[in-house]
Design a protein around this ligand. Structure first.
Ligand SMILES: *Cc1c(COP(=O)(O)O)cnc(C)c1O
Length: 434
Protein backbone atom coordinates (compact mmCIF):
# COMPACT_ATOMS: atom_id res chain seq x y z
CA UNK A 1 0.00 0.00 0.00
CA UNK A 2 2.91 2.35 0.71
CA UNK A 3 6.61 2.53 1.42
CA UNK A 4 6.67 4.04 4.90
CA UNK A 5 7.83 1.65 7.63
CA UNK A 6 10.19 1.32 10.58
CA UNK A 7 13.61 -0.09 9.91
CA UNK A 8 16.01 -0.54 12.77
CA UNK A 9 13.85 1.70 14.91
CA UNK A 10 13.63 4.57 12.43
CA UNK A 11 10.72 5.45 10.16
CA UNK A 12 11.88 5.22 6.54
CA UNK A 13 10.42 6.10 3.18
CA UNK A 14 11.73 3.44 0.79
CA UNK A 15 15.47 3.37 1.52
CA UNK A 16 15.72 6.77 3.15
CA UNK A 17 15.51 7.48 6.90
CA UNK A 18 13.01 10.23 7.56
CA UNK A 19 15.05 11.37 10.57
CA UNK A 20 17.85 12.23 8.12
CA UNK A 21 15.51 14.17 5.85
CA UNK A 22 14.04 16.10 8.79
CA UNK A 23 17.52 16.92 10.09
CA UNK A 24 18.79 18.05 6.71
CA UNK A 25 15.78 19.95 5.39
CA UNK A 26 13.91 20.94 8.54
CA UNK A 27 10.21 20.61 9.28
CA UNK A 28 7.38 20.88 8.33
CA UNK A 29 8.39 18.73 5.37
CA UNK A 30 6.38 16.79 2.83
CA UNK A 31 7.94 13.52 1.66
CA UNK A 32 6.62 11.44 -1.24
CA UNK A 33 7.49 7.92 -2.31
CA UNK A 34 7.98 7.59 -6.07
CA UNK A 35 7.70 3.82 -5.84
CA UNK A 36 4.29 3.99 -4.17
CA UNK A 37 2.94 6.36 -6.84
CA UNK A 38 4.30 4.20 -9.65
CA UNK A 39 2.96 1.01 -8.04
CA UNK A 40 -0.49 2.50 -7.64
CA UNK A 41 -0.59 3.77 -11.20
CA UNK A 42 0.54 0.41 -12.58
CA UNK A 43 -1.90 -1.58 -10.47
CA UNK A 44 -4.82 0.54 -11.62
CA UNK A 45 -3.66 0.42 -15.23
CA UNK A 46 -3.29 -3.35 -15.01
CA UNK A 47 -6.70 -3.83 -13.36
CA UNK A 48 -8.28 -2.05 -16.34
CA UNK A 49 -6.29 -3.83 -19.01
CA UNK A 50 -9.48 -5.36 -20.42
CA UNK A 51 -10.68 -1.91 -21.49
CA UNK A 52 -9.44 0.65 -24.00
CA UNK A 53 -8.63 3.17 -21.29
CA UNK A 54 -6.58 6.13 -20.17
CA UNK A 55 -5.82 7.17 -16.61
CA UNK A 56 -5.99 10.97 -16.30
CA UNK A 57 -4.50 11.84 -12.91
CA UNK A 58 -6.70 14.40 -11.12
CA UNK A 59 -3.74 16.62 -10.42
CA UNK A 60 -5.54 18.89 -7.98
CA UNK A 61 -4.68 16.14 -5.45
CA UNK A 62 -0.94 16.73 -5.85
CA UNK A 63 0.43 19.01 -8.54
CA UNK A 64 4.16 19.06 -7.78
CA UNK A 65 6.04 19.02 -11.11
CA UNK A 66 8.06 15.98 -10.03
CA UNK A 67 4.90 13.98 -9.32
CA UNK A 68 3.37 15.03 -12.66
CA UNK A 69 6.56 14.14 -14.51
CA UNK A 70 6.68 10.74 -12.87
CA UNK A 71 3.10 9.99 -13.87
CA UNK A 72 3.50 11.41 -17.38
CA UNK A 73 6.42 9.01 -17.90
CA UNK A 74 4.15 6.14 -16.81
CA UNK A 75 1.74 7.16 -19.56
CA UNK A 76 -0.84 9.05 -17.51
CA UNK A 77 -2.90 11.91 -18.84
CA UNK A 78 -4.19 14.64 -16.54
CA UNK A 79 -7.53 15.91 -15.37
CA UNK A 80 -7.08 19.65 -14.87
CA UNK A 81 -9.32 22.22 -13.20
CA UNK A 82 -7.59 25.50 -14.11
CA UNK A 83 -5.28 27.22 -16.56
CA UNK A 84 -2.59 27.06 -13.90
CA UNK A 85 -2.84 23.28 -13.81
CA UNK A 86 -2.42 23.11 -17.60
CA UNK A 87 0.67 25.30 -17.25
CA UNK A 88 2.03 22.85 -14.67
CA UNK A 89 1.39 19.87 -16.95
CA UNK A 90 3.33 21.55 -19.75
CA UNK A 91 6.14 22.59 -17.38
CA UNK A 92 6.44 19.03 -16.10
CA UNK A 93 6.82 17.51 -19.56
CA UNK A 94 3.22 16.32 -19.93
CA UNK A 95 1.07 16.83 -23.02
CA UNK A 96 -1.97 19.05 -23.43
CA UNK A 97 -3.66 16.51 -25.69
CA UNK A 98 -3.73 14.07 -22.75
CA UNK A 99 -5.65 16.58 -20.60
CA UNK A 100 -9.32 16.81 -19.79
CA UNK A 101 -10.39 20.21 -18.47
CA UNK A 102 -12.95 20.00 -15.64
CA UNK A 103 -14.49 22.58 -13.33
CA UNK A 104 -17.66 24.68 -13.06
CA UNK A 105 -16.06 28.09 -13.55
CA UNK A 106 -13.69 28.20 -16.52
CA UNK A 107 -12.73 31.75 -17.54
CA UNK A 108 -12.22 33.11 -21.08
CA UNK A 109 -8.46 33.30 -20.49
CA UNK A 110 -8.37 29.66 -19.39
CA UNK A 111 -10.53 28.45 -22.28
CA UNK A 112 -8.38 30.33 -24.82
CA UNK A 113 -5.20 28.90 -23.32
CA UNK A 114 -6.58 25.36 -23.35
CA UNK A 115 -7.80 25.73 -26.96
CA UNK A 116 -4.44 27.03 -28.15
CA UNK A 117 -2.56 24.23 -26.39
CA UNK A 118 -5.07 21.66 -27.68
CA UNK A 119 -6.58 19.86 -24.68
CA UNK A 120 -8.31 16.55 -25.37
CA UNK A 121 -11.68 17.65 -23.98
CA UNK A 122 -13.48 20.38 -22.08
CA UNK A 123 -15.74 18.70 -19.55
CA UNK A 124 -18.65 21.13 -19.48
CA UNK A 125 -20.82 21.61 -16.42
CA UNK A 126 -23.66 23.92 -17.57
CA UNK A 127 -25.48 25.29 -20.63
CA UNK A 128 -24.05 28.82 -20.23
CA UNK A 129 -20.55 27.35 -20.13
CA UNK A 130 -21.28 25.37 -23.29
CA UNK A 131 -22.36 28.52 -25.12
CA UNK A 132 -19.39 30.46 -23.81
CA UNK A 133 -16.88 27.84 -24.96
CA UNK A 134 -18.57 27.84 -28.37
CA UNK A 135 -18.18 31.62 -28.57
CA UNK A 136 -14.53 31.65 -27.45
CA UNK A 137 -13.66 28.83 -29.88
CA UNK A 138 -15.42 30.67 -32.72
CA UNK A 139 -13.45 33.84 -32.03
CA UNK A 140 -10.22 31.85 -32.28
CA UNK A 141 -11.37 30.08 -35.44
CA UNK A 142 -11.28 26.72 -33.63
CA UNK A 143 -13.60 23.86 -32.76
CA UNK A 144 -13.62 22.99 -29.06
CA UNK A 145 -13.80 19.28 -28.17
CA UNK A 146 -16.41 18.89 -25.42
CA UNK A 147 -18.00 16.36 -23.13
CA UNK A 148 -20.84 17.11 -20.77
CA UNK A 149 -20.53 16.27 -17.12
CA UNK A 150 -23.63 14.42 -16.09
CA UNK A 151 -24.80 14.40 -12.50
CA UNK A 152 -26.35 10.95 -11.99
CA UNK A 153 -28.00 11.80 -8.65
CA UNK A 154 -26.50 8.98 -6.61
CA UNK A 155 -25.31 9.05 -3.01
CA UNK A 156 -21.56 8.47 -2.83
CA UNK A 157 -21.75 7.71 0.93
CA UNK A 158 -18.89 10.04 1.73
CA UNK A 159 -18.28 13.31 3.63
CA UNK A 160 -20.75 15.99 2.53
CA UNK A 161 -17.96 18.33 1.39
CA UNK A 162 -16.62 15.74 -1.09
CA UNK A 163 -19.90 14.37 -2.42
CA UNK A 164 -20.51 15.72 -5.92
CA UNK A 165 -23.02 13.45 -7.64
CA UNK A 166 -26.29 14.35 -5.92
CA UNK A 167 -28.77 16.65 -7.63
CA UNK A 168 -28.28 19.37 -4.99
CA UNK A 169 -24.51 19.61 -5.69
CA UNK A 170 -23.25 22.37 -7.98
CA UNK A 171 -21.59 19.87 -10.31
CA UNK A 172 -22.70 18.66 -13.72
CA UNK A 173 -25.97 18.61 -15.60
CA UNK A 174 -28.90 16.60 -14.27
CA UNK A 175 -29.37 13.16 -15.75
CA UNK A 176 -32.96 13.96 -16.76
CA UNK A 177 -31.84 16.96 -18.82
CA UNK A 178 -28.61 15.67 -20.28
CA UNK A 179 -29.88 14.47 -23.67
CA UNK A 180 -31.57 17.84 -24.25
CA UNK A 181 -28.35 19.68 -23.54
CA UNK A 182 -26.44 17.41 -25.94
CA UNK A 183 -29.01 18.30 -28.63
CA UNK A 184 -28.32 21.96 -27.88
CA UNK A 185 -24.54 21.37 -28.06
CA UNK A 186 -24.92 19.67 -31.42
CA UNK A 187 -26.36 22.89 -32.85
CA UNK A 188 -23.39 25.02 -31.79
CA UNK A 189 -21.00 25.36 -34.74
CA UNK A 190 -17.70 25.70 -32.88
CA UNK A 191 -18.04 22.59 -30.73
CA UNK A 192 -17.14 19.00 -31.42
CA UNK A 193 -18.97 16.54 -29.17
CA UNK A 194 -16.31 14.11 -28.06
CA UNK A 195 -17.58 12.31 -24.96
CA UNK A 196 -19.44 12.22 -21.69
CA UNK A 197 -18.13 12.49 -18.16
CA UNK A 198 -19.23 11.92 -14.59
CA UNK A 199 -17.65 12.09 -11.13
CA UNK A 200 -19.73 11.34 -8.06
CA UNK A 201 -17.43 12.25 -5.19
CA UNK A 202 -14.25 11.43 -3.35
CA UNK A 203 -13.01 9.00 -0.69
CA UNK A 204 -15.63 6.42 -1.72
CA UNK A 205 -14.98 3.10 0.02
CA UNK A 206 -17.60 0.87 -1.60
CA UNK A 207 -18.24 -0.17 -5.17
CA UNK A 208 -22.02 0.29 -4.90
CA UNK A 209 -22.20 4.03 -5.68
CA UNK A 210 -19.99 3.55 -8.78
CA UNK A 211 -22.10 0.64 -9.97
CA UNK A 212 -25.29 2.57 -9.35
CA UNK A 213 -24.03 5.59 -11.32
CA UNK A 214 -22.80 3.49 -14.26
CA UNK A 215 -26.05 1.53 -14.32
CA UNK A 216 -28.01 4.77 -14.61
CA UNK A 217 -25.70 6.21 -17.24
CA UNK A 218 -25.16 3.23 -19.54
CA UNK A 219 -28.36 3.73 -21.62
CA UNK A 220 -27.56 7.43 -22.04
CA UNK A 221 -24.01 6.65 -23.13
CA UNK A 222 -25.33 4.15 -25.71
CA UNK A 223 -27.73 6.76 -27.02
CA UNK A 224 -24.98 9.39 -27.33
CA UNK A 225 -22.73 6.95 -29.13
CA UNK A 226 -25.50 6.33 -31.68
CA UNK A 227 -26.54 9.95 -32.11
CA UNK A 228 -23.23 11.79 -31.94
CA UNK A 229 -20.54 9.16 -32.32
CA UNK A 230 -18.90 10.03 -29.01
CA UNK A 231 -15.48 8.42 -28.50
CA UNK A 232 -15.03 8.44 -24.73
CA UNK A 233 -16.76 8.01 -21.40
CA UNK A 234 -14.91 9.38 -18.38
CA UNK A 235 -16.07 7.75 -15.18
CA UNK A 236 -14.28 10.22 -12.88
CA UNK A 237 -12.23 9.43 -9.81
CA UNK A 238 -13.24 8.98 -6.21
CA UNK A 239 -11.76 5.63 -5.18
CA UNK A 240 -11.02 6.00 -1.46
CA UNK A 241 -7.89 5.08 0.47
CA UNK A 242 -7.20 3.74 3.93
CA UNK A 243 -6.30 6.45 6.42
CA UNK A 244 -6.63 4.39 9.62
CA UNK A 245 -3.96 1.99 10.82
CA UNK A 246 -1.83 2.40 7.74
CA UNK A 247 1.49 1.52 9.34
CA UNK A 248 1.28 -2.20 8.73
CA UNK A 249 4.59 -3.24 10.19
CA UNK A 250 6.57 -2.23 13.19
CA UNK A 251 3.98 -0.21 15.06
CA UNK A 252 3.00 -1.48 18.49
CA UNK A 253 -0.20 -3.52 18.37
CA UNK A 254 -2.01 -1.60 21.08
CA UNK A 255 -1.50 1.59 19.18
CA UNK A 256 -2.99 0.57 15.86
CA UNK A 257 -5.84 -1.06 17.76
CA UNK A 258 -6.40 2.13 19.73
CA UNK A 259 -6.35 4.23 16.61
CA UNK A 260 -8.72 1.83 14.96
CA UNK A 261 -9.24 0.91 11.41
CA UNK A 262 -12.04 2.36 9.33
CA UNK A 263 -12.97 -1.18 8.34
CA UNK A 264 -14.22 -0.43 4.85
CA UNK A 265 -11.63 -0.49 2.11
CA UNK A 266 -11.66 -0.73 -1.65
CA UNK A 267 -8.84 -1.96 -3.87
CA UNK A 268 -8.30 -1.26 -7.55
CA UNK A 269 -9.13 -4.93 -8.17
CA UNK A 270 -12.50 -4.64 -6.43
CA UNK A 271 -13.19 -1.46 -8.34
CA UNK A 272 -12.24 -2.96 -11.70
CA UNK A 273 -14.25 -6.13 -11.03
CA UNK A 274 -17.30 -3.97 -10.37
CA UNK A 275 -17.02 -1.46 -13.22
CA UNK A 276 -15.31 -3.26 -16.12
CA UNK A 277 -18.29 -5.55 -16.92
CA UNK A 278 -20.55 -2.48 -17.12
CA UNK A 279 -18.12 -0.52 -19.29
CA UNK A 280 -16.82 -3.17 -21.67
CA UNK A 281 -20.11 -3.54 -23.66
CA UNK A 282 -20.16 0.21 -24.37
CA UNK A 283 -17.22 -0.17 -26.75
CA UNK A 284 -15.83 3.28 -25.95
CA UNK A 285 -12.54 4.65 -24.73
CA UNK A 286 -12.84 4.80 -20.93
CA UNK A 287 -11.15 7.60 -19.04
CA UNK A 288 -10.53 7.57 -15.30
CA UNK A 289 -9.69 10.56 -13.13
CA UNK A 290 -8.15 9.18 -9.94
CA UNK A 291 -6.48 11.65 -7.61
CA UNK A 292 -6.33 10.50 -4.01
CA UNK A 293 -5.99 6.78 -4.79
CA UNK A 294 -2.74 7.31 -6.73
CA UNK A 295 -0.93 9.66 -4.36
CA UNK A 296 -2.70 9.77 -0.98
CA UNK A 297 -0.82 6.98 0.76
CA UNK A 298 2.40 7.97 -1.03
CA UNK A 299 3.05 11.06 1.09
CA UNK A 300 3.78 12.00 4.69
CA UNK A 301 4.08 15.34 6.44
CA UNK A 302 6.96 15.46 8.93
CA UNK A 303 6.75 17.82 11.89
CA UNK A 304 8.67 18.59 15.06
CA UNK A 305 7.15 18.63 18.52
CA UNK A 306 7.63 22.13 19.92
CA UNK A 307 5.96 21.76 23.29
CA UNK A 308 3.97 19.28 25.29
CA UNK A 309 1.37 21.30 27.15
CA UNK A 310 -0.35 19.52 30.02
CA UNK A 311 -3.66 20.90 31.31
CA UNK A 312 -6.18 19.42 33.73
CA UNK A 313 -8.54 18.75 30.82
CA UNK A 314 -6.17 17.55 28.14
CA UNK A 315 -2.60 17.08 27.05
CA UNK A 316 -1.60 18.92 23.89
CA UNK A 317 1.27 18.01 21.60
CA UNK A 318 2.08 21.26 19.82
CA UNK A 319 3.90 20.83 16.50
CA UNK A 320 5.58 23.16 14.06
CA UNK A 321 3.16 22.02 11.32
CA UNK A 322 -0.28 23.56 11.29
CA UNK A 323 -3.58 23.60 9.45
CA UNK A 324 -2.01 25.87 6.87
CA UNK A 325 0.32 22.97 5.94
CA UNK A 326 -2.35 20.22 6.06
CA UNK A 327 -5.96 21.30 6.28
CA UNK A 328 -7.75 17.96 5.85
CA UNK A 329 -8.53 17.41 9.56
CA UNK A 330 -9.98 20.92 9.86
CA UNK A 331 -11.82 20.94 6.54
CA UNK A 332 -13.08 17.37 6.16
CA UNK A 333 -12.61 15.89 9.63
CA UNK A 334 -9.88 13.90 7.90
CA UNK A 335 -7.88 11.31 9.85
CA UNK A 336 -4.10 10.92 9.55
CA UNK A 337 -2.13 8.32 11.48
CA UNK A 338 0.53 10.04 13.56
CA UNK A 339 3.74 8.18 14.32
CA UNK A 340 7.07 9.19 15.88
CA UNK A 341 10.06 8.99 13.53
CA UNK A 342 11.97 7.13 16.27
CA UNK A 343 10.10 3.91 16.93
CA UNK A 344 8.85 3.80 20.54
CA UNK A 345 10.12 0.77 22.44
CA UNK A 346 7.65 -1.99 23.27
CA UNK A 347 5.84 -1.06 26.48
CA UNK A 348 6.55 2.66 26.05
CA UNK A 349 4.08 4.85 27.95
CA UNK A 350 1.14 6.17 25.98
CA UNK A 351 -1.99 8.18 26.45
CA UNK A 352 -4.64 10.29 24.75
CA UNK A 353 -3.46 13.64 23.42
CA UNK A 354 -4.56 16.39 21.07
CA UNK A 355 -1.97 17.01 18.37
CA UNK A 356 -2.26 20.65 17.36
CA UNK A 357 -0.47 23.26 15.29
CA UNK A 358 0.67 26.79 16.12
CA UNK A 359 -1.99 28.58 14.05
CA UNK A 360 -4.38 30.88 15.88
CA UNK A 361 -7.54 28.85 15.22
CA UNK A 362 -9.24 26.23 17.37
CA UNK A 363 -9.69 24.21 14.18
CA UNK A 364 -5.92 23.90 13.95
CA UNK A 365 -5.61 20.31 15.09
CA UNK A 366 -4.41 17.07 13.52
CA UNK A 367 -5.90 14.71 16.09
CA UNK A 368 -8.10 14.93 19.17
CA UNK A 369 -8.05 12.50 22.09
CA UNK A 370 -5.75 10.25 20.09
CA UNK A 371 -3.98 7.40 21.86
CA UNK A 372 -0.30 7.96 21.05
CA UNK A 373 3.07 6.98 22.48
CA UNK A 374 4.39 9.74 24.74
CA UNK A 375 6.57 12.23 22.90
CA UNK A 376 8.87 14.96 24.17
CA UNK A 377 9.66 18.43 22.83
CA UNK A 378 12.20 18.14 20.04
CA UNK A 379 10.97 14.76 18.80
CA UNK A 380 9.86 14.39 15.21
CA UNK A 381 6.60 12.87 14.05
CA UNK A 382 5.02 11.93 10.73
CA UNK A 383 1.43 12.45 9.63
CA UNK A 384 0.85 9.59 7.23
CA UNK A 385 -1.24 9.43 4.05
CA UNK A 386 -0.79 13.13 3.39
CA UNK A 387 0.11 12.79 -0.30
CA UNK A 388 -3.29 13.92 -1.61
CA UNK A 389 -4.99 17.23 -0.83
CA UNK A 390 -2.04 18.03 1.43
CA UNK A 391 0.55 20.44 0.10
CA UNK A 392 -1.79 21.60 -2.69
CA UNK A 393 -4.14 23.06 -0.08
CA UNK A 394 -1.35 24.63 1.97
CA UNK A 395 -1.52 28.38 2.46
CA UNK A 396 0.50 31.21 3.94
CA UNK A 397 -2.07 31.83 6.70
CA UNK A 398 -0.44 33.36 9.78
CA UNK A 399 2.42 34.33 7.42
CA UNK A 400 3.80 30.85 7.63
CA UNK A 401 6.04 29.75 4.81
CA UNK A 402 4.97 26.91 2.52
CA UNK A 403 6.87 23.75 3.48
CA UNK A 404 9.45 22.03 1.29
CA UNK A 405 8.63 18.86 -0.65
CA UNK A 406 10.94 15.88 -1.15
CA UNK A 407 10.62 13.00 -3.59
CA UNK A 408 12.22 9.72 -2.52
CA UNK A 409 13.02 7.10 -5.14
CA UNK A 410 14.76 4.01 -3.81
CA UNK A 411 17.72 5.19 -1.79
CA UNK A 412 17.70 8.61 -3.43
CA UNK A 413 15.94 11.75 -2.24
CA UNK A 414 15.60 15.10 -3.89
CA UNK A 415 14.09 18.46 -2.96
CA UNK A 416 11.31 18.95 -5.51
CA UNK A 417 10.11 22.18 -4.02
CA UNK A 418 12.23 24.42 -1.83
CA UNK A 419 10.83 25.75 1.42
CA UNK A 420 9.61 29.31 0.94
CA UNK A 421 11.82 32.10 2.22
CA UNK A 422 10.57 35.11 4.15
CA UNK A 423 11.19 37.17 1.03
CA UNK A 424 8.85 34.81 -0.86
CA UNK A 425 6.20 35.66 1.73
CA UNK A 426 6.06 39.32 0.69
CA UNK A 427 6.97 38.90 -2.99
CA UNK A 428 4.72 41.11 -5.11
CA UNK A 429 3.52 43.23 -2.18
CA UNK A 430 4.39 46.86 -1.71
CA UNK A 431 3.74 49.74 0.62
CA UNK A 432 2.04 52.49 -1.48
CA UNK A 433 4.36 55.34 -2.51
CA UNK A 434 7.58 53.50 -1.68
C1 LIG B 1 -11.45 15.92 -7.57
C2 LIG B 1 -11.87 15.28 -8.84
C3 LIG B 1 -11.38 14.03 -9.17
C4 LIG B 1 -10.48 13.22 -8.26
O1 LIG B 1 -11.10 12.75 -7.12
P1 LIG B 1 -10.32 11.72 -6.17
O2 LIG B 1 -11.29 11.42 -5.11
O3 LIG B 1 -9.11 12.41 -5.66
O4 LIG B 1 -9.98 10.52 -6.99
C5 LIG B 1 -11.74 13.50 -10.39
N1 LIG B 1 -12.54 14.17 -11.25
C6 LIG B 1 -13.03 15.39 -10.95
C7 LIG B 1 -13.90 16.09 -11.93
C8 LIG B 1 -12.72 15.99 -9.75
O5 LIG B 1 -13.21 17.18 -9.44
Amino acid sequence: MHEFSYRDGVLCCEGVALTDLAAEHGTPLYVYSAKTIRDHYRRLDEALSGLDHRVCFAMKANSNLAVLNLLAREGAGFDIVSGGELFRVLQSGGRADSCTFAGVGKTREEIEYALKEGVYSFNVESEPELEFINEVAGALGKKAPVALRVNPDVDAQTHKYISTGKSHNKFGIGIDRILGVYAQAAKLPHLQIRGIQTHIGSQILETTPFVEALGKLAPIVEELKKSYGIEFFSIGGGVGIVYHGTLESGAPDWWLRANGDGGKRIGFDDYARAVVPLLKPLGLKILLEPGRSLVGNAGALLASVLYVKKTPAKNFVITDAGMNDLIRPALYEGHHEIVPLQEPPAGAPHGPVDVVGPVCESGDFFAQDRELPEVQAGEKIALLSAGAYGFVMASNYNSRRLPAEILVDGGHSEVVRARQSWDDLVAGERVPGK
